[in-house]
Ligand binder design. Structure first.
Ligand code: NAP
Length: 251
C-alpha cells in the first residue's frame, strides 16, 4: 500500500468497535499494516478485519484481555509475529462503568482501572520493551478522555484511570525520548456504544456535555488525530494530550 504510513506496523487495542475500529481504518487507509486486539466481540472483530482486507490492508485480529499481563504479552508478541515488528501502538481499549462513589466496591474500581490503566501500562510496557531492544524508535498513542480534566459525577474509577493515562503518557515521553514519541488523545463524547447512543439524542448529549461545537464527535474525528500522531509529520511532539472534544476542554 502507498500512503504516509506505508511500511508502518501498527497495533491498536480495542479495534473491534468504536474509536479503535476507526483508528485501525485510518491507519490502514494511510498505508499501515494493522494488528488489532479485541476481547468479547469476536464477530465485530472479524467484521473489522474483513473491512480492512476489503481496503487492501494487511490486518489481523488478536483476542486478548488487556487487564491480564499474560494476555498483553501474547498480544504484543502476536502482533510482532504477524506484522514482522512494531512501529506504532495505540492503547485504545477501555470500559466505562457509571456508579456512585458510595456504591462502588473495590472489585468495580479494580475492573475499570484494570482495563483502562493497567491495560495501557501492560501493552505499553511490552511494546516499548521490544522497541528499545531493537534500538529503534516508535510511537505510542494512548487514548485518554476529556473527563480526566473535567471529572464526572458517578465516574470515579473512569476519571482516575484516564488522568493516570495522561500522567503515564508524560512519564514515558520523558523516559524514552528522543527515540520513542509518546502522546495521548483526549476525546470528548463520541458516538460509540460506550456513550449509549440508543439512550440519548445527539442534542441531549451535546447539551449535557455543554460542548461549544454543539454536537458529539464521530470516531473518525478521533482517528484522524491518532493517524496524524502516528505519521511522518508529527516529529516534534511528545508528552502531549490532544483534546479532540468540540471544545469541552480548552487547554
Ligand atoms: P467501545 O465502543 O465500547 O469499544 C471499546 C473497545 O475496547 C472494544 O473494542 C472492546 O473490545 C475493547 N475492550 C473492552 N474491554 C476490553 C478488555 N478487557 N480487553 C481488551 N479489549 C477490551 O468504546 P469507545 O467509545 O470506542 O472507546 C474507545 C476508547 O476511547 C476508550 O478508551 C474510551 O475510554 C475512550 N473514550 C471514549 C469516549 C466516548 O465518548 N466514546 C470519550 C472519551 C474517551 P470487545 O468489544 O471485543 O470486548
Amino acid at each position: 500500500m502507498s500512503g504516509s504510513l506505508a511500511g508502518v506496523r501498527a497495533l491498536v487495542t480495542g479495534g473491534s468497535r468504536g474509536i479503535g475500529r476507526a483508528i485501525a481504518m485510518a491507519l490502514a487507509d494511510d498505508g499501515a499494516r494493522v494488528a488489532f486486539g479485541y476481547h468479547g466481540s469476536r464477530e465485530e472483530a472479524e467484521a473489522t478485519r474483513d473491512e480492512l482486507w476489503t481496503r487492501d490492508a494487511a490486518a489481523a485480529a488478536i483476542e486478548a484481555d488487556v487487564s491480564r499481563e499474560d494476555e498483553c504479552k501474547a498480544l504484543v508478541t502476536g502482533a510482532i509475529d504477524v506484522l514482522g515488528g512494531l512501529d506504532v501502538v495505540v492503547n485504545n481499549a477501555g470500559i466505562l462503568h457509571e456508579q456512585p462513589l458510595l456504591d462502588t466496591e473495590v472489585a468495580d474500581f479494580d475492573r475499570v482501572i484494570g482495563v483502562n490503566l493497567r491495560g495501557t501500562f501492560l501493552v505499553g510496557r511490552e511494546s516499548i520493551r521490544w522497541m528499545v531492544e531493537q534500538g529503534g524508535g516508535g510511537r505510542i498513542i494512548n487514548i485518554a478522555s476529556d473527563l480526566a480534566y473535567l471529572g464526572r459525577a458517578r465516574n470515579t474509577a473512569y476519571c482516575a484511570s484516564k488522568a493516570g493515562i495522561g500522567a503515564m503518557t508524560r512519564t514515558w515521553a520523558l523516559e524514552f525520548a528522543p527515540d520513542i514519541l509518546v502522546n495521548a488523545v483526549g476525546p470528548g463524547p463520541v458516538d460509540t456504544d460506550m456513550l449509549g447512543a440508543d439512550v440519548m439524542s445527539d442534542e441531549q448529549r451535546a447539551q449535557e456535555s455543554d460542548i461549544p461545537l454543539r454536537r458529539i464527535g464521530r470516531p473518525d474525528e478521533i482517528a484522524a488525530v491518532a493517524a496524524f500522531l502516528a505519521g511522518p509529520k508529527a516529529t516534534f511532539i511528545t508528552g502531549q494530550t490532544f483534546g479532540v472534544n468540540g471544545g469541552s476542554v480548552m487547554y
